[in-house]
Design a protein around this ligand. Structure first.
Ligand code: KMH
Ligand code: ZN
Length: 273
């Protein structure tokens, strides 16, 4: 089977040091987390950045400093900034990191409830603008899917020429849609032939959904954005611990781990210059 691409969502925008003191805020902490994930086998770093006090920001300059520092330590890694940012940010704020022309960035194709009063809003107009800008800037979207309607929306954007095939999807399950094997199977069955996909299970679903994705031939995302625990009641010490565990499971299941350049090839990204 194809090698496994591991994405590490090292920081997130909603998780805090109060929940796990190892959540990175400063540039140094964020680089340390990226390096621990990279050393353990992650080929993609999905990146949110924070101010030193933990406030989420999409500030282009902050992203540049963090991305440059990550690439110093992990020279071949694929850095994938978030364009989701944090709930409540404007589209203009959210789009800023794509000005840096990263190889990839996320793109959510629908609106989703995050619990309580929190709604992650993505209107049709916003999504079209985000997709257009990513096309212009040569940034490959990772299409973030929280439920099946977002796959159908993505297919409409393909038809409109706003998403180029082959599309790479990330199924983030356990937020809106459940994270059962049948949910993942339904989504995988719904995407266009030739697409690639990753699964990210929230919290206690991270491990089980990851193993299912490995068996199905997909790829896996782990990390503090999705899950702060190594096991029930035990906080993860760093992102590397979570990456190392899924890499071990993958190898036991007969799938080797993709290097960043192998991940580029699988995802159809241009070779590094
Ligand atoms: N933090 C959420 C509002 C993404 O990174 O693109 C958005 C999110 C998805 O996490
Ligand atoms: Zn994210």
């Amino acid at each position: 089977m194809e090698k496994l691409i591991i994405t590490a969502a090292i920081s997130g925008a909603e998780v805090t040091k109060e929940q796990n003191p190892n959540v990175p805020y400063t540039v140094e902490e964020t680089v340390k987390e990226a390096k621990s994930a990279y050393d353990a086998g992650a080929s993609i770093i999905h990146l949110h950045v924070r101010e030193d006090d933990g406030t989420p920001t999409q500030d282009k300059e902050r992203f540049k400093v963090v991305m440059d520092a990550i690439l110093e330590e992990c020279p071949d890694v694929i850095v994938q900034p978030s364009t989701g940012g944090a709930v409540g940010m404007t589209d203009e704020e959210r789009m800023q990191p794509t000005e840096l022309k990263p190889e990839m960035a996320t793109l959510s194709t629908g609106t989703v409830n995050f619990g309580g009063e929190e709604v992650f809003i993505n209107t049709d107009t916003s999504i079209q603008n985000f997709a257009k800008m990513m096309l212009e800037r040569g940034v490959k979207p990772e299409v973030e899917i929280f439920e099946k309607g977002m796959v159908d929306a993505a297919k409409a954007y393909i038809k409109q020429g706003l998403l180029k095939e082959p599309v790479h999807f990330d199924f983030v399950l356990g937020v809106s849609m459940a994270a059962e094997a049948r949910d993942l199977a339904f989504l995988v069955d719904s995407i266009p032939a030739g697409s690639t996909w990753t699964a990210a299970g929230l919290g206690r679903h991270e491990l089980g959904l990851g193993a299912i994705a490995i068996a199905m031939g997909g790829h896996v995302r782990v990390g503090f954005e999705d899950n702060l625990y190594f096991e029930r009641g035990v906080l993860a010490e760093n992102n590397g611990q979570l990456v190392e565990r899924i890499a071990k499971i993958s190898k036991l299941m007969g799938r080797e781990i993709a290097s960043p350049d192998e991940a580029r090839e699988i995802l159809g990204l241009p070779k590094r210059g």
